[in-house]
Design a protein around this ligand. Structure first.
Ligand SMILES: NC(=O)c1ccc[n+]([C@@H]2O[C@H](COP(=O)([O-])OP(=O)(O)OC[C@H]3O[C@@H](n4cnc5c(N)ncnc54)[C@H](O)[C@@H]3O)[C@@H](O)[C@H]2O)c1
Length: 250
């Protein structure tokens, strides 16, 4: 059986770049009619603006699949996490995620059809990576949205799940990926020995949105090369070397 979304409409927030773009491409490759809600899409949609969000939903059919993925991060230690940084992070990663879910579920219910909603959380939903306190708080909060929405929407046949990516190569993380000393040490803690590609997250999200996941709701799926499975990682200089952007056994 192949994943076949023919005749289904999908929305991806933050779908103009990075993980969201890969989600949109993968959904389309499976036959879905995909609409992107993004500041950089045409027309532009600002998911933090309720009017803009509502207008975007009103312009299309009730969706079968919604991927709530738009998000950002500001790297700041606690003393430099200003109220502005905090508010901007909450507005996009948490409030807009809630309002998108609320609007999506409302339309699915009004149309009387089942649906699948996938949110992009993070490994930072679980850990306290330094200099990311606002981001980490929002991504932990996303799990609260997933669990509560799965509970309330299950009776309507609407499934709600999350993917939890580790470090994925996008513009958000380009500085890290372009600095070998940083990734060499970061990837030491990852059993797969490397960072992830947006397509690897997109495939997990598409699985969760598909009928193959028909009994899965309220779940979180780590897409992190095993990072959260271990404390220190398996890569030691005595047996391995960092080559071509990843750890490899000698
Ligand atoms: N890259 C990683 O390592 C990583 C890891 C874990 C989780 N994530 C999460 O994945 C999601 C996507 O991140 P990415 O790395 O692909 O980032 P990205 O910056 O490449 O893409 C984010 C997209 O969101 C859009 N966007 C930003 N503000 C918006 C708004 N107000 N309205 C509509 N669209 C808006 C941007 O225009 C952009 O197209 C985020 O939620 C992020 O927190 C990323």
């Amino acid at each position: 059986m192949q994943i076949d979304f023919s005749g289904r409409s999908a929305i991806v927030t933050g779908g103009a770049n990075g993980i969201g773009r890969a989600m949109a491409q993968t959904l389309a490759a499976c036959g879905a009619q995909v609409t992107i809600f993004d500041l950089e899409s045409t027309p532009s949609v600002d998911v933090t603006d309720r009017t803009s969000l509502e207008a975007a939903f009103a312009a299309g059919p009730a969706p079968d699949i919604v991927m709530i993925n738009a998000g950002t991060a500001f790297i700041r230690p606690i003393p430099e996490t200003t109220r502005e940084v905090w508010d901007k992070t909450i507005a996009l990663n948490l409030t807009a995620a809630f309002e998108t879910l609320q609007a999506a579920a409302g339309r699915m219910r009004a149309a009387g059809k089942p649906g699948a909603i996938v949110l992009t959380a993070s490994t930072n939903s679980y850990d306290g990576e330094e200099n990311l306190i606002a981001y980490n708080a929002t991504k932990a909060g996303v799990l609260g949205i997933v669990h509560t929405a799965a509970n309330e929407l299950g009776p309507y046949g609407i499934r709600v799940n999350a993917v939890n990516p580790g470090l994925i190569r996008t513009r958000l993380t380009a500085d890290s990926f372009n600095t070998e000393p940083i990734i060499k040490e970061y990837f030491r803690a990852i059993p797969m020995g490397r960072g992830g590609e947006p397509e690897e997250v997109a495939k997990a999200a598409v699985f969760l949105a598909s009928d193959w996941a028909s009994y899965i709701t309220g779940a979180t799926l780590l897409v992190d090369g095993g990072q959260m499975a271990c404390k220190f990682g398996p890569w030691r200089d005595s047996e391995a070397e960092f080559r071509d952007g990843r750890w490899q056994r000698r």
